[in-house]
Design a protein around this ligand. Structure first.
Ligand SMILES: NC(=O)C1=CN([C@@H]2O[C@H](COP(=O)(O)OP(=O)(O)OC[C@H]3O[C@@H](n4cnc5c(N)ncnc54)[C@H](OP(=O)(O)O)[C@@H]3O)[C@@H](O)[C@H]2O)[C@@H](O)CC1
Ligand SMILES: Nc1ncnc2c1ncn2[C@@H]1O[C@H](COP(=O)(O)OP(=O)(O)O)[C@@H](O)[C@H]1O
Ligand SMILES: [K+]
Length: 526
């Protein structure tokens, strides 16, 4: 699924209006009915609803939703903010449509005598604010619908609008934002004013997720977010270029390569994992198991001698190459050719290991996977990045990324840096976290849609490294190997969390669900 910038919204909108064709007001009606449907399915009809509508089309949506909810039997207190006495055409139309509702009480501005503005018990109420605003009481049971601003936000909120947002945020009400939490820019919020951004519990967003939703620091604003399809024309989606994508299950499913009936373990790849050291052998065990369960034909683990028994007992399917040293890797000799190589899980940073690793980098001709301590060692010699084979996959989490490429203050900044580095060095960067971003050497960014917070558990990253390497070994090109590996890993984590719970799961539970994850993806193809 493509992620567009919010400044493209008008273009997508216009094309749909002209080519479907559909009247602009009807497109708004369609968007509003999707929002209404979502609200009805979650909140009972006796929930008191307070609506904050702005002067643009986001406000128009909110007014259309208001009308639909009143027709469904909800009681609403609606505030339309119109300080400049200028409403968008469709907002105006929806204000007029609201006026046709029988029994809805209208007032132009809050009367000063109304200073204890409590919820209307006898039917719904609409107030258009042109100057003075006396806020309604928002209690724990109140549902606030935030339709102040959406994709048309042109500067950070301030003044009166800032105060309204702060008032909403300081209440105990549950907040649903339409399209975007008001005050949040769809992309870059580096210069924004956080206290003037609505903190929603749920954001119902139109057509595609916004880039800002992918960043950890914006979770406080978006809350849970849900995409609703409002029927933007498929041709304009196809024609409009973007660098940002959100990976959906059917797209991941299409990447799975069919196995020939005549396949042998030698042509589904021999994986070499250079991993493990004294005290961290589990990382090698997890990566080896993950590679095998992802479909690698053969897996060898080159590791510190102390790991031999551990590995051979816990993963009898894997071969073991013991280093001369008991506690760490001191030399890496490739005495045969491997289909895919990964370095890093549990590697440690012993001086001799570092030396062996740097030497290996000088010999490697094909893309490899670098994770964990391999990345930390690379951070000590960043000049070596230049010579990494094209399409080499780096799998850093945020801290490892910053160690390698310098500190970043925001996720937005880090993502831009990652794009710059992936392009400059022709590498693939898998920036791990919730919504892991896979960044290609062309600078395309693919955000993962699977996975859950239960996966923030020791060894979960080692598992991912094993999976991506296992795919590479089977002949997947590095880009689909990274995408499919990340998606499958997240889906296995989701299945594990569904079976038990996010708190319970460990890396082993993720591995145990790889099979079910494959099965689920295979089902998307039929
Ligand atoms: N195709 C789609 O996806 C569809 C989108 N739809 C909906 O339309 C929404 C976008 O509507 P929109 O373009 O009218 O913009 P919106 O966010 O309502 O705000 C614009 C108004 O706010 C003002 N303003 C801006 N910043 C401000 C500030 N800091 N402080 C004060 N004022 C500020 C701005 O003034 P201006 O900057 O022009 O001076 C203008 O008056 C979108 O999010 C979705 O909900 C659906 O209906 C159907 C299909
Ligand atoms: N909150 C989260 N939501 C989804 N996935 C997560 C979350 N936190 C971590 N993960 C995933 O779990 C893995 C953790 O990797 P990493 O930090 O390297 O762990 P380790 O080094 O312990 O193996 C990554 O694939 C990451 O995307
Ligand atoms: K909004």
């Amino acid at each position: 699924m493509k992620i567009f910038f919010t400044n493209e919204t008008k273009k997508l909108d216009r094309f749909t209006i002209e080519n479907e064709p559909i009247k602009s007001i009807d497109l708004m009606e369609r968007a509003a009915s999707s929002v209404t449907f979502e609200i009805i399915s979650r909140w009972k009809r006796n929930t008191p609803v307070v609506v904050f509508a702005g002067p643009g089309n986001n406000g128009g949506d909110a007014l259309a939703v208001s009308r639909m909810l009143i027709e469904e039997g909800y009681t609403l207190d609606i505030y339309l903010f119109n300080p400049l006495q200028k409403l968008s055409q469709d907002c105006l139309k929806n204000r007029d449509r609201l006026q046709t509702i029988e029994g809805l009480k209208f007032s132009k501005s809050v009367k000063p005598s109304d200073s204890t503005n409590t919820f209307p018990h006898n039917g719904s109420h609409f107030t258009e604010i042109t100057n003075e605003f006396i806020p309604p009481t928002l209690t724990k049971g109140t549902l606030v619908i935030d339709g102040l601003f959406g994709s048309g936000l042109s500067k950070p909120l301030s003044g009166g609008f800032g105060s309204v947002v702060q008032y909403i945020n300081s209440s105990d009400a549950t907040v649903v934002s339409i399209d975007l939490p008001s005050g949040l820019f769809g992309e870059n919020n580096t210069e924004n004013i956080p206290r003037n951004i609505v903190q929603a519990d749920l954001t119902i967003t139109f057509q595609y997720p916004k880039l800002a939703f992918m960043f950890a620091e914006n979770e406080q604003f978006t809350g849970e977010w849900k995409i609703v399809d409002i029927g933007i024309h498929p041709d304009i989606i196809e024609q409009t270029e973007t660098k940002y994508y959100y990976i959906e299950p059917d797209e991941a499913a299409r990447m799975i390569m069919k196995r020939s009936r005549f396949v042998s373990k030698h042509n589904v790849g021999h994986t070499l994992l250079i991993a493990g050291s004294k005290g961290m052998m589990g990382a090698a065990v997890l990566a080896a198991k993950a590679a095998l369960h992802t479909g690698a034909g053969l897996v060898s683990v080159l590791s510190a001698a102390c790991g031999e028994k551990i590995l051979q007992t816990s993963v009898p399917e894997a071969l073991f190459i013991a280093d001369e040293q008991d506690s760490h890797i001191s030399d890496i000799v490739l005495n045969r050719s491997y289909s895919a190589i990964a370095v890093g899980p549990g590697l440690g940073r012993h001086e001799e290991t570092a030396r062996a690793f740097y030497k290996l980098l000088g010999q490697i001709k094909r893309p490899i996977v670098l994770d964990a301590d391999a990345l930390n060692l690379l951070a000590g010699h960043t000049e070596l990045i230049e010579n990494l084979p094209k399409n080499t996959i780096l799998t850093p989490h945020h801290l490892e990324f910053d160690r390698l490429f310098g500190k970043n203050d925001t996720s937005y900044e880090r993502l831009n840096k990652a794009r710059e580095m992936a392009i400059r060095y022709h590498i693939i960067i898998v920036l791990k976290g919730a919504n892991t971003a896979i960044i290609t050497p062309k600078g395309d960014v693919l955000f993962n849609s699977s996975g859950n917070a239960g996966m923030a558990t020791a060894g979960s990253g080692d598992t991912l490294t094993g999976m991506i390497t296992g795919l590479l070994a089977q002949g997947y090109h590095p880009i689909p190997a990274a995408i499919l590996g990340v998606f499958l890993h997240g889906m296995a984590g989701d299945l594990a969390a569904e079976k038990d719970s996010q708190e319970y799961i460990t890396a082993r539970d993720i591995i145990s669900q790889i099979g079910q994850a494959y099965k689920k993806l295979h089902n998307y193809r039929v």
